[in-house]
Every structure is written in C-alpha cells, then in structure tokens.
Design a protein around this ligand. Structure first.
Ligand code: HEM
Length: 224
C-alpha cells in the first residue's frame, strides 16, 4: 500500500515535470504587405512550425533564413496548378539569378492547406536544425519576397520570374507562445481563419492533466 502511494507520487511528479517541459512553445510572427509568417518553436520536439498566409493573390512567396538573398536557404512557395496543394522548393542563391534547388529537399512536412482566390494559408513543420538552415530561439534574421507570376512548372527545380517586392524582417523566437498567439491573429486576411499555430500551453496542460487523472484515479487508486 505504502509502495503504491509512493508510486502514485512519483508518477505525479514525473507527469508534472513532463507538463513543464512540454510547455516550452515559443514563437513570433511578421506580416509583409503580401503575406504573414508565423513561427512556433517546440523545444521538446526540436521542431519549428511555420504558417504562411497570403493577404493578396500570389504567384510565389519567398522566405529566406538569413540576412541577404545570396547565401542562406530560401524557400519558394506557390500554389500548384491543381489549385489544391502547395509546393515548397528549398533553394540557395550564389548570385542575383534564379536560386538553385537544394539537392536535399526532404525535411519539411506540409500541414493543413487552404487555397481560395489564388490566396494561400498553410503550415509546414521541420526540424529546427537542417543541414542548410537553422531556426531556433537564437535565430533572428529572415527575408521575404513576393511575385505576382507563378513559377513555370510545379517542379522543385522550376524557373520563375524575380520578385516584385522583397525585404528583411527580424523575429524574437524566445517569446512564450501564449503571448505570440494572443497577438498573432491576422486581421486583414480575407476568407481565411487564423492559421494553425500548434497547440497552446493551456492545451498541453489540459492533456497532461487528463493523463495524470486517468492514470492516478482510473488505474492506480482502484488497484491500491
Ligand atoms: C528568380 C529568382 C530571383 C531573382 C532573379 C532575384 C534577383 C534579385 C536581384 C537582382 C536583387 C538585387 C537588386 C534588388 O535589390 O532588387 C535581389 C535582391 C534581393 N532578393 Fe532576390 N531574386 C530572386 C529570388 C529571390 C528569393 C527566392 C528570395 C527569397 C526571400 C529573394 C530575396 C531577395 C532579397 C531580400 C533581396 C534584397 C537584397 C539582399 O538581401 O540581398 N530573392 N534579388
């Protein structure tokens, strides 16, 4: 009986510790005049989920992981010709020409995608560290670009016209998610709900609470 009580306490403490560690979601967002980028970092899974929502009709959208076009990984994002799915091509530029497709295009998992009137809202999740780019709490500098014309084909190494607009932005990815999501609900995106930004801290706590109560009350107490 005493052993069982100690076991329940140990389990509760472990679950509490797990609750604390799974609560480490941080993020930030930026909106260019053409699209918004929402970043959610999960320090437990070591992933980053990036939600992209255009606010105008798009040809392609660029997202760069660094300070300037030449050098860092650039993601070129567009709506496929089927008008139902999205393409992300991972690229790098060595000059101010069409950036070349990376040999390794794996590592990105595309989530829910909404397409309407040539506008796009979708998210993708990737490891924080990939061979060609890192997005973690220390990462601050990003690039955006926008073009009205679609790439030539729906292939990773397709050609495309240069941007009609481009710029830089900086983020503080150490912000607790509750703060980031509270202020991140887009107000100017027509026809789209808020993009997915992952589970909130409260969601994780509710799930952990449910598991603790189930194990403690449903399984251990009856058998004590
Ligand atoms: C067809 C592909 C592309 C071409 C031909 C191209 C061309 C150029 C050229 C000529 C410049 C320098 C002149 C200027 O400032 O306007 C430039 C700058 C820039 N490009 Fe691109 N670009 C391409 C794709 C991209 C992509 C995918 C991104 C991703 C975000 C990007 C981001 C930028 C940025 C932020 C600048 C400002 C200067 C810098 O930071 O280096 N470009 N681009």
């Amino acid at each position: 009986m005493t052993n069982m009580r100690s076991m329940i306490w140990v389990l509760l403490l472990v679950a509490l510790a797990a609750t604390r560690s799974s609560a480490a979601l941080t993020g930030d967002y930026y909106c260019s005049p053409f699209s918004c980028f929402y970043f959610t970092l999960d320090s437990v899974k070591q992933t980053v989920t990036i939600s992209v929502a255009s606010t105008v009709s798009i040809g392609w959208i660029g997202l760069g992981f660094g300070k300037a076009m030449i050098g860092p990984e650039l993601n070129v994002i567009w709506i496929k010709n089927d008008n139902k799915s999205v393409m992300i091509s991972r690229r790098k530029a060595t000059n101010f020409q069409i950036p070349k497709a990376l040999a390794n295009q794996t590592g990105l998992i595309i989530g829910k995608t909404t397409i309407s009137n040539n506008q796009l809202a979708f998210s993708f999740t990737r490891p924080q560290v990939l061979p060609d780019s890192t997005v973690n709490t220390a990462t601050k500098q990003f690039l955006w670009s926008y073009a009205l014309n679609k790439p030539a084909t729906d292939t990773i190494d397709t050609t495309f016209d240069r941007h009609d607009a481009k710029g830089e932005f900086s983020l503080d990815l150490t912000k607790p998610l509750a703060t980031a999501t509270a202020t991140s609900t887009p107000t100017s995106i027509p026809n789209f709900g808020p993009p997915p930004t992952g589970l909130t801290v409260t969601d994780y706590m509710t799930i952990a609470h449910g598991i603790i109560m189930f194990v403690a009350l449903g399984a251990l107490v009856p058998s004590a």
